[in-house]
Design a protein around this ligand. Structure first.
Ligand code: NDP
Length: 321
């Protein structure tokens, strides 16, 4: 089968289309024919070697497609499913852990199904878990027009929270506003001061920071005493080691570095979050913006665009039509 295979870690140029053996599912897995694969920032961490995987490997974690074979015979061949935790998804076929897939309602398009779970469930655990936003809460979301950013903005606004968003361009500002942000700012050294000024002189209840190195210092400044800084990613690079005493001087603030894995590990938690996301899409209360749909062979360009800050919302790879 065709797949993007990485034989050495590095820049986007290491994403090459190759012929690789078809995988064989274990009893805990289901073999799936991939139609669309989601492209996520975490895929760039594996590609660069920031996150470790044994070489050679096929990157990608999520997608949608049809079940080809269930060794246990529980899921019918041809069932349309989506998943978010199947390493090797940039491929024509992949083995998906059976407890990490959901059936796709027919109202959801393949492009959306291929990218809805990883970013959607992340936005869900941020806004309903790490800090379960309440009506009247305030939050700051960095990269507010990105994949997770636009979804977290919609979910936070739907809960009645006041969303402050940070983006890099006018187009992204417009998208963040349409998603429900109350105010949108540009990155700056006095971001926290600007946010406070617009939030009645107070820091926000929670900062959701997926940018990392470039924004972390301002995130600590922007939160209220006893508020939460949720560092959930590192699009600009990992945060440098720092003195925990800073959490004290900023007013006994909480810092967490959560993962989707930990926030879907509880009994029934994966199903609950997946169901919340798919139901919201079907109901029309959660909109996915797919700003790029690339053929599988152009995974390199997809990564260049993602890391070059050229994308908005989500992007996908078309594996089969
Ligand atoms: P995005 O679509 O948000 O793309 C990244 C965005 O980050 C860019 O569009 C850009 O928006 C912003 N950015 C700021 N500085 C930089 C920089 N120096 N280089 C590149 N981009 C920059 O990606 P995702 O939605 O896939 O992921 C967002 C974040 O969420 C990532 O950090 C990812 O690792 C994290 N994540 C964490 C999960 C978890 O379980 N903890 C799960 C899923 C995602 P702008 O131009 O507006 O600044």
């Amino acid at each position: 089968m065709k797949a993007i295979q990485i034989t050495e870690t590095g820049g986007p140029e290491v994403l090459r289309l190759q012929d690789v053996p078809t995988p064989t599912p274990s009893p805990d897995e289901v073999l799936v024919e991939v139609r669309v694969a989601g492209v996520n920032y975490i895929d760039t961490y594996y590609r660069e070697g920031v996150y470790h995987a044994s070489l050679p490997f096929v990157p990608g974690l999520e997608g949608t497609g049809r079940v080809l074979h269930d060794p246990r015979g529980e899921i019918a061949e041809g069932t349309v499913v989506a998943w978010c935790d199947a390493f090797g998804s940039y491929a024509e076929q992949v083995c998906v852990p059976r407890d990490r897939l959901v059936a796709v309602p027919e109202e959801i398009s393949p492009e959306v199904a291929g990218t809805m779970l990883l970013q959607g469930m992340t936005a869900h655990f941020l806004t309903h878990g790490v800090h379960d936003l309440q009506e009247g809460d305030s939050c700051l979301i960095t990269a507010g027009a990105g994949g997770v950013g636009l979804l977290a903005t919609q979910m936070a606004a739907a809960k009645g929270a006041r969303v402050f968003s940070v983006v890099s361009t006018d187009e992204k500002e417009q998208l963040a506003l349409e998603a429900g942000a109350a105010e949108v700012f540009r990155y700056s050294d006095n971001l926290a001061e600007v946010v406070r000024r617009r939030n009645g002189g107070m820091g926000v209840d929670v900062v959701y920071d997926g940018v990392g190195r470039d924004t972390f210092a301002e995130s600590l400044e922007a939160v209220r005493p006893r508020g939460t800084v949720c560092l959930f990613g590192a699009a600009s690079g990992p945060v440098e080691p720092f003195d925990p005493q800073l959490l004290n001087t900023h007013g006994s603030i909480f810092l967490t570095r959560p993962s989707l894995g930990a926030w879907t590990a509880g009994e029934g938690e994966f199903r609950l979050r997946a169901q919340a996301v798919t139901q919201a899409i079907v109901d029309g209360t959660l909109n996915f913006r797919i700003s790029g749909s690339y053929p599988l062979a152009e995974a390199e360009q997809a990564h260049r665009d993602l890391q070059g800050r050229k994308t908005t919302g989500s992007i996908v790879l078309r594996v089969a039509d």
